[in-house]
Design a protein around this ligand. Structure first.
Ligand SMILES: *[C@@H]1O[C@H](CO)[C@@H](O)[C@H](O)[C@H]1NC(C)=O
Ligand SMILES: *[C@@H]1O[C@H](CO)[C@@H](O)[C@H](O)[C@H]1NC(C)=O
Length: 434
């Protein structure tokens, strides 16, 4: 089941890439059409005499009246003036195209709402036959803006592969876990990962271990949080820093450091949604959603009320594409974390899932839940998988020790179990924490 993912997935990607290229071509076609419609309201093939533009009509009428009797030098002059007129026209056209391109860019940055809608939705179309209709899921990416952080842009140019990379924030308090983290990333053969070093010690540590890192400028405002802040302050910072990666045009696989990499996650992503996240759920229902029926016997005939439930997405491991909804999500979460005392994971999920209602505009972002056996949380491992003869033979892509406080020893045991084949390495640990 795990191995089958790649074939259809890659075909899907190629298919949607082709589709998005076709859409881009159509949009460009329409825009060029608009420019020509503006410049030649009467069409291309009207006689020059009725053309609105004065340069061309002058040159044109002369041609028509005097074409039979005029001298070669006259003809040369005429051609020359016609050439000048056409050149001017050309320059004007270029300017128009430049303006349109600029408007396109602004639209993609979300400054021009109507244009953005047009870009996202394309030309309106008929619905098509029953069962063949699919809503929009994959939002176009933003235009990269290097001016946001030129230094980071340079680093990412070197580190990223196909415009994507793993990013982790770390300060010296998590140094030991960070070591397990990057050791396994290296062992699996992943090169596109980056540590955002929140203090000098971690920056030095990364440098000494040939780990790609990015140390923020101490003057870059929000950074003091990284050094002195508790967990939640750092979480807020995380969303602010992440925004810059997206603005620079990169997809980020955000990763906590209490994660063991066993395969390359980039071989197991779908890339069709704004956010693709691992789940805190432990089975199909809790991870993928279910109908939780609320029973109120006093209501008699209507005693059952149906509700939608899903276990939260884990804000410590998610893949986020550089789109307008993704950036909006990060902004919403960062804003709320700076204004209220809240758990970043709860805020992240509320913003992702709550719909619009009177007085509130919900976020419109596409979401995908990762396979919870491939992107496994430590509850699934320690409560189910290690006891199951079949499941324990499968190698997950990553394991996140999110459910247990004794993170480091459990991470090391996971490496012993999956990498070094020590079958009893997981045995000493209880299912929960004592
Ligand atoms: C759980 O979901 C997976 C993926 O959709 C499916 O292949 C599997 O059969 C499901 N298992 C159960 C027990 O429903
Ligand atoms: C493991 O897989 C085999 C073959 O599919 C099946 O017969 C068996 O019941 C499974 N065992 C468990 C514990 O799920």
């Amino acid at each position: 089941m795990l191995g089958r993912r790649e074939g259809p997935l890659m075909r899907n990607n190629a298919h949607s890439l082709r589709k998005s290229r076709i859409i881009t071509a159509i949009v460009i076609g329409i825009l060029i059409g608009c420019v020509f419609a503006f410049l030649f309201p009467n069409g291309f093939f009207v006689p020059h005499t009725v053309t609105a533009n004065r340069h061309i009509s002058l040159a044109g009428s002369k041609t028509q009246e005097g074409s039979d009797e005029c001298e070669p030098s006259d003809r040369a002059n005429m051609l020359k003036s016609e050439f000048v007129a056409v050149s001017e026209k050309n320059a004007e056209l270029k300017k128009q195209v430049r303006e349109l391109t600029e408007r396109l860019r602004l639209a993609e940055q979300g400054k021009d709402q109507a244009q953005k809608q047009f870009l996202v939705l394309g030309k309106s179309q008929k619905a098509g036959p029953f069962g063949t209709v699919k809503g929009l899921r994959t939002t176009p990416t933003v235009v990269p803006d290097e001016s946001v952080n030129p230094r980071l842009a340079k680093i990412l140019e070197k580190v990223a592969v196909k415009q994507e990379l793993i990013v982790a924030l770390a300060n010296s308090k998590v140094k030991e876990m960070l070591e397990v983290w990057f050791t396994n990333i290296k062992r699996v053969g992943i090169s596109n990962y980056l540590v955002v070093a929140l203090d000098e010690e971690i920056a030095k540590y990364c440098e000494a271990n040939q780990v790609p890192f990015y140390k923020r400028d101490p003057d870059e405002g929000i950074d003091t949080i990284g050094k002195v802040g508790g967990n939640h302050a750092v979480s807020g910072l995380k969303f602010r820093i992440l925004r810059e990666f997206l603005q620079l045009g990169y997809s980020v696989l955000l990763s906590d450091v209490d994660i063991v990499y066993l395969q390359n996650p980039f071989d197991h992503l779908y890339r069709d949604s704004d956010v693709e996240s691992m789940s805190d759920g432990h089975d199909n229902m809790t991870a993928y959603g279910y109908n939780d029926v609320f029973d109120e016997p006093a209501m008699g005939w209507a005693r059952f009320a149906h509700t939608m439930r899903i276990w939260v997405y884990n804000s410590g491991f998610f893949y986020i594409r550089p789109t307008v909804p993704s950036v909006e999500l990060l902004d919403r979460v960062a804003t709320r974390l700076s204004n209220e005392k809240a758990w970043d994971q709860a805020v992240f999920n509320e913003e992702l899932f709550y719909p619009s209602y009177p007085g509130y505009d919900g976020l419109h972002a596409a979401r995908r839940t990762m396979d919870f056996y491939q992107f496994m949380n430590s509850k699934v491992l320690f409560k189910t998988v290690r006891y199951d003869a079949n499941l324990s033979k499968l190698k997950p892509v990553i394991i996140h020790v999110n459910y247990h406080p004794d993170k480091l020893p459990r991470m090391k045991a996971i490496v012993e179990y999956y990498v070094n084949g020590k079958h009893d390495a997981l045995k000493p640990f209880p299912e929960g924490s004592d």
